[in-house]
Design a protein around this ligand. Sequence first.
Ligand SMILES: O=C(O)Cc1cc(O)ccc1O
Ligand SMILES: [Fe+2]
Length: 447
Amino acid sequence: MNVLLRPGAVTANAPGYMSGFGNGFETEALPGALPIGRNSPQRCAYGLYAEQLSGSPFTAPRASNERSWLYRIRPTVAHWGKFEKVDAGLWRTAPCAEVELPPAPLRWDPIPLPEAPTSFLEGIRTITTAGDAAAQAGLAAHVYLVTRSMRDEYFYNADAEMLFVPQQGSLRLWTEFGIIDIAPTEIAVIPRGVKLRVELADGTAGARGYLCENYGGAFTLPERGPIGANCLANPRDFLTPQAAYEDREAPSTLTVKWGGSLWRTALARSPLDVVAWHGNYAPYKYDLRRYSPVGPVLFDHADPSIFTVLTSPSETPGTANIDFVIFPDRWMVAENTFRPPWYHMNVMSEFMGLVEGVYDAKTGGGFEPGGFSLHNTMLPHGPDMSAFEAASSAALAPHKLEGTLAFMFETRFPQCVTRFAAEVPQFQQDYPDYGLGLHRHFDPRQA
Ligand SMILES: O=C(O)Cc1cc(O)ccc1O
Ligand SMILES: [Fe+2]
């Protein structure tokens, strides 16, 4: 197995990563900490405890069976004090029908970082929820705002797997499995039940990004079908951290998101005490700039599913609980084609964000990096007037879209807007009208 250092950061204390999507990894921070050829020796090396973390039912088919074995200073149950419910701030969980808005396309300006010191746990702002967390179906789409690191504060999410999409500022995720550094244009996935704390990277005063809580089937790579064995997101570009542990005695807290609420207990030590682990249930990161898009090379605009990075399957084939789709740099070459997204209505609902640049369907302003939009189930949407007028009269030479990165959380479920999102000043009151400006071009005398 390849062991890689973070590209561009080959220093003695740079976290190390292992390459590959969904591999059976093995890694140890002390020599000999990992039992060889067995999971549960009578006594583990260094006096460690063995603990299994099951991300799928024991009996799931091999292709979706996920578990890891963790060798830790104490088992998780020894970190288990009395939990008290704490204020979840602006974090919401499906089902959450706080407000009812008329059906319309919705959009928001970027939400600024707060002045007050705000940790990752305090800085979650839920924008939409969909499905039902207890039924293990659906998602929540959030913005996170971070201006202070979690130090002796630890967290795990029992409700959902978490997909981080940084938009501004870098984060260091200290997880039970090792350390993950992420910056804008990268993503990280933290599986359900994995403990972590979220730090601002050195030199980062504040960080903002998008967070998708996936209540359903774990994210996996989409099938490539006739595309074949290469392109889109290639498995070797997914990086999982090598084991790293904290042996720290200090007054600490552990917060657990369980059943839509936050519960907290006091601890006397860090629970990130995993010295070695093996298995295929582990956090990972991926640089979206390594995505190799495949698209129309002669004419027409293909469905955005060609740009799927990760998919959370449902029980119905082809009907995703969530598709995570990106719109990265790429050449536009289609002949005699309206190249931006077409006007359409979709049974899947579409939450979109913009990491950087300009999105080709919205060139008239208003969809800014850090902003986001919601085109809900079966609601009409498409290019704004500026994008339509330019694209329908442009000379169709090959043209490169550069410095751009939009993304979509697309789900089979309708998305409910939270009260926060409906009342925040960044909610664009006039966006529902953007289509009204599209001119009539119809002339029955001219084909
Ligand atoms: O609505 C959007 O902007 C996302 C989108 C992009 C695209 O190229 C085709 C369909 C689609 O929903
Ligand atoms: Fe769309």
